[in-house]
Structures are given as C-alpha cells and as structure tokens.
Design a protein around this ligand. Structure first.
Ligand code: F0G
Length: 419
C-alpha cells in the first residue's frame, strides 16, 4: 500500500493529510498483484467463525487490504457487520424486480460512518494524537465521538448551529464529545477544520485517506454477503462524496483482486437543493459550490470535498449521478419503512433515485440493484414524526384515541387494508 496525491500523484508520508505539492486529497493504492483472490476469500470467510474482535469486525476482517496499523492500537466496535435485505415494497415502488437494501444503519452508532472511523481513530491513536476533530451534519460526529471514547481521545466536533438532527447531537454528547455549534453550514465547518494543523489534531473527515480505507470495506461486506456475485447497480446518496469514492475504490480493488468478475455501476443520488455533483457530472468543468437547501440534513452539503475522486470512480464504473426532490425522498423513505426497515431521509435518496432511473430506462426492470441505506430511522425521529402527522398518507397514520367499539372496527379496517 502506498499513499500519494489523488490529483497530482506526488508521493506522501503516512502522517500528512493533504498533498504538500498541490493541496489535493491523498489516497492509498493497493498492489493487487501481491494477492491471491481465492486465498483471500477463504481467509475472510474463516474469520467470521472466530471470536477475536478484529476477525469479527466487518472492517478488520479485511485487514490485508487496509493500511497496516499495529493490533494494539486498533479501536473496534465490531463495525460493518451489516445485513442485506430483499426490498419487496421498494422494488414494486420503483417498478423493478431485483432490489435489495444494504443496511449500513445497522452499525454500532447507527450510520455507515463507523466503518471508516475505526481505521481513522486507530491511526490517530497509533500516531499519538490526543484529540480528534471533524465537521459534521451529525453522523460523523456521533461516530467519531464513540470511537474517541473507546480510544480515550478527546473529541471536538463542529456542527451547523441550525438544521441538523437534535438526536445526532445528543448521541454525540452522550459519547462525551465537545460540540461547537457554528454560525454557518457544513461547508463552513469543514473549511474551519481543514485550516487546523494536522500535526496537532487528527482530522477525521473523509478527506482523511484512512477513513476511506475503512469505508471501502462496506463494498467488500456487500459482495461477500452475495457470495462475491456483483450486482448490476449500487445506488447510494451523495453529500460530501467520501462514501462514493470509498465504494468505488472498494469495487475497483475487489475486481482487480479477482474477488468479483465484473464491476457494478454506481448511481449517486443527491438532494435537488444540494446537487453540485450531479451538475458537474453532466456539464463537466470544475464543481461550482451551491448554497445547500434540503430537509435531508445529512446531505445538506454545497461544496463536496471529495468530488474529484468521486467523479473518477463513478466514471470508472460507467455509472451516473442524479438528484431527487425532497418530496420524492420523503415518499421513498416511507416506502422503505413499509418494508420493515427504517432509514433516515438522506438514505432514502437511493430509492428515489432508483425510481427516477427506472422511469428514464437507465436501469432495467430485471437489473440486480442494491440500495445503500446509510443511516438508521431513529437518527432523525423528528423528520419521521413530522411526515406522518402532516401527511397521513398511509393506512397506519395516527388515529384519535378510540373507544372499545371503535377499536374493534379499527381492527377490522386495518386487517382489510393489509390482506
Ligand atoms: N447518508 C448519511 C446518513 C450521511 O450522514 C451522509 C453524510 C451521507 C449519506 C453522504 O455521505 O458525505 O460520504 O457523500 N454525512 C456526513 C456527516 C457529512 O457529517 O455525518 P458522503
């Protein structure tokens, strides 16, 4: 594994955060020729039967493919052990036949961030950092705070003072972090964090290449759960675009290692009010930041840091980028709920995007599609409550307190609706 600039290819040392030559983001490169794919598959699968913490983590189980970190520094919560579910109602909603959910909300802090955070915080501990810092719309904050608590590092998070989920802030405080609410949006918070000295603090936003290495393991876990049969499409929400670049990297490596025999396509879905990546994908040129506006607060990001890396990855898979309106996201989220699987609004951009791509004919009815659910429904309970109390669109809407007789009638009514 070697670390170099993802833009100008200049070599970098393991301790730097940005390229010394051009300021670009750094990335690890894996030399696939060093490995035997079949042997790797056997090792990964055997580890699932072990009781060792590292073997049972859905990140460290793939440790041959990660930058080396000494075992005594690893901080793990057995992250990225995540289910893949058939998406019955989600498939019908999008007029598709083979759809499943990869539920990354089943992680220890209930979002996909844990897979990357275990590597970033382990690295911070190994290099002797005493404090970790991030900018966040809430999920990175909660994840970083939990891993810092386990690692006995101080945690400082910068979040927008308004417009993020109160539950995520409470979760972050529970884990003992210091929260600084800034007068500005996520993009401003990230600017402030990037100006800090990386020699003094561990910056663990997805500009940190160790984060990306951990997050790419979500792709490995997905492929392994499917017996290394690649789907046709993987559809995921895009905000700061670290996850898109991580998924793309994981898929490319799995293909180069011979773990899979073809590359799935990536479809990235942004909220319409925060879609600068969708625009640059279709129009070319440099990304033009926007002032982000969306109720899917996790992806309310106007100047995504990893857009260049993500663009390379989406193009490498022959994929696409689109945006979905807040209304489409809200309805898609409720449909995912009806599958018995809860997710937060940003995650539901995946199903809203699939529906649009089916209408456009980009994705075929029989294509094998995986929707990536990035966060758990309880991450944003206020959003779900507001949806149900204002819309009453579904048969399970809240009713006034019934009398005994009403209740019997209600049982009949509910039964009839569900037969
Ligand atoms: N889904 C959820 C639930 C998220 O929290 C995020 C990002 C994304 C999707 C988008 O991922 O940024 O890698 O493209 N949340 C960050 C945070 C920004 O601070 O928690 P991305």
């Amino acid at each position: 594994m070697h670390l170099a600039c993802s833009e100008c290819a200049a070599a970098a040392t393991a301790d730097s955060m940005f390229c010394a030559a051009c300021g670009g983001l750094l990335a690890f490169t894996l030399d696939a020729a060093h490995f035997d794919g079949a042997a790797l598959r056997r090792t990964f699968s055997e580890r699932r039967l072990s009781d060792d913490d590292l073997d049972r983590s859905g990140v460290w189980r793939f440790r041959e493919l990660l930058p080396p970190i000494a075992r005594e520094h690893v901080v793990t919560l057995r992250e990225n052990v995540v289910p893949v579910y058939a998406a019955y109602r989600g498939a019908a909603y999008a007029d598709a036949e083979r759809v499943s959910y990869l539920h990354l909300g089943a992680n220890p802090t209930a979002s996909f961030k844990d897979a990357g955070m275990t590597v970033a915080i382990s690295h911070a501990r190994e290099r002797g950092n005493r404090v970790a810092v991030c900018a966040s719309t809430g999920n990175t904050a909660a994840s970083m705070a939990a891993y810092c608590a386990r690692a006995e590092l101080a945690a400082l998070v910068l979040v927008p003072a308004v417009g993020i989920s109160a539950g995520k802030v409470a979760q972050t405080l529970d884990y003992g972090a210091t929260v600084a609410a800034i007068d500005g949006d996520f993009d401003r918070a990230l600017e402030l964090v990037r100006a800090l000295d990386p020699a003094r603090v561990a910056i663990v936003n997805s500009v940190n290449p160790y984060r990306i290495e951990g997050q790419k393991c979500a792709a490995f876990a997905l492929l392994e759960a499917r017996a290394w049969q690649a789907p046709d499409w993987i559809v995921l929400p895009g905000g700061n675009l670290g996850n898109t670049s991580a998924f793309g990297k994981g898929l490319r490596e799995a293909y180069a290692l011979g773990l899979i025999d073809r590359l799935p396509r990536l479809a990235v879905v942004q909220a319409s009010g925060a879609a600068p990546f969708a625009r640059v994908f279709h129009e070319g040129g440099d990304l033009r930041p926007v002032h982000a506006v969306t109720a899917a607060t996790a992806i309310k990001i106007g100047a995504p840091a990893s857009w260049r890396k993500a663009l390379v990855e989406v193009r490498a898979t022959g994929g696409t980028v689109l945006d979905a309106s807040d209304d489409a996201i809200a309805d898609a989220r409720a449909v995912i709920g009806r599958d018995g699987i809860g997710c937060e609004p940003a995650s539901a951009a995946s199903l809203a995007g699939l529906q649009a791509l089916r209408v456009a004919g980009t994705i075929g009815r029989c294509d094998d599609v995986v929707l990536v659910l990035t966060g758990h429904v309880l991450k944003d309970g206020a959003y779900a409550a507001a949806y149900h109390t204002s819309a009453a669109r579904f048969a399970n809407a809240i009713r006034p307190t019934p009398t005994d007789a009403d209740l019997r009638a209600l049982v009949d009514e509910v039964t009839a609706v569900h037969v």
